[in-house]
Design a protein around this ligand. Structure first.
Ligand code: B16
Ligand code: MG
Length: 218
């Protein structure tokens, strides 16, 4: 039986995905690298430095910067991002999420977070949701980023439940891959064609229903 639900943060609980997009786009344009929403999909769930690397490769500039310069570019993006997320309030929790969390609590299941963001704690706090989580794993505490399953496995471990008894919720292809790699039931949020490997896809968070998901988990 299902014992826990483990959430991704950006793009699932709140739309910081949009702020990441804005901040990366600004940096890319400064470097004269064309940046599209379509390309941004590939950065979802990917760590800050890996995201920068992908953008530089896209622009054919992967070898134009030293490691120090790359760190400075990533810091610059993060500073911009931090100004964008300053105004986050509980009103920024995506539609359906509070109800979904209430449903999970009512069923007596545990709640975990598996976020590739180093800013996850701050964001959860601004949303007023930090106390809902029994375990929070962010990018600072894992060796390998998504699509590696480590972050979801670590969350399950902290929750003291078997991975097979967990449902993972993600908006990124790399995240769904990580959930499946961990041996969990994968619920994806977004366009169906992006998630061939998910067990269930909802177009938006509005549709999330534990009652509908539970019978589908073996
Ligand atoms: P930061 P998630 C991920 O968070 C984002 O999806 C991804 O776009 C971002 O680059 C990554 O966090 C790192 O974030 O720069 O704040 O450390 O979706 O895994 O919650
Ligand atoms: Mg995400």
């Amino acid at each position: 039986p299902v014992q826990a639900v483990i959430f991704d943060l950006d793009g699932v609980i709140t739309d910081t995905a949009e702020y990441h997009y804005e901040a990366w786009k600004a940096l890319a344009e400064e470097l004269s690298i064309p940046f599209t929403r379509e390309f941004n999909e590939e950065l979802k769930g990917i760590s800050r430095m890996e995201s920068l690397e992908k953008i530089l490769v896209l622009g054919g500039k992967a070898h134009d910067y030293t490691e120090e310069q790359k760190t400075a570019l990533a810091d610059k993006k993060n500073e911009h991002y931090l100004t964008l997320i300053q105004n986050i309030t509980p009103a920024d929790v995506l539609p359906g999420i509070n109800e979904f969390i209430a449903e999970i609590e009512a069923q007596g299941l545990k709640i975990g977070l598996a976020s590739a963001s180093k800013n996850a704690f701050a964001v959860l706090e601004s949303l007023g949701l930090k106390d809902k989580f029994h375990a929070i794993v962010d990018a600072k505490t894992v060796q390998r980023g998504k699509p590696d399953p480590e972050i979801f496995l670590k969350a399950a471990h902290l929750l003291e439940v078997e991975p097979g008894a967990c449902i993972g919720v993600e908006d990124a292809a790399a995240g769904v891959e990580a959930i499946k790699g961990a041996g969990m039931f994968a619920v994806a949020i977004g366009a169906k064609e992006l998630f061939a490997h998910a067990d269930l896809v909802y177009e938006s968070t509005t549709g999330l229903s534990l009652e509908a998901i539970l019978p589908l988990v073996r």
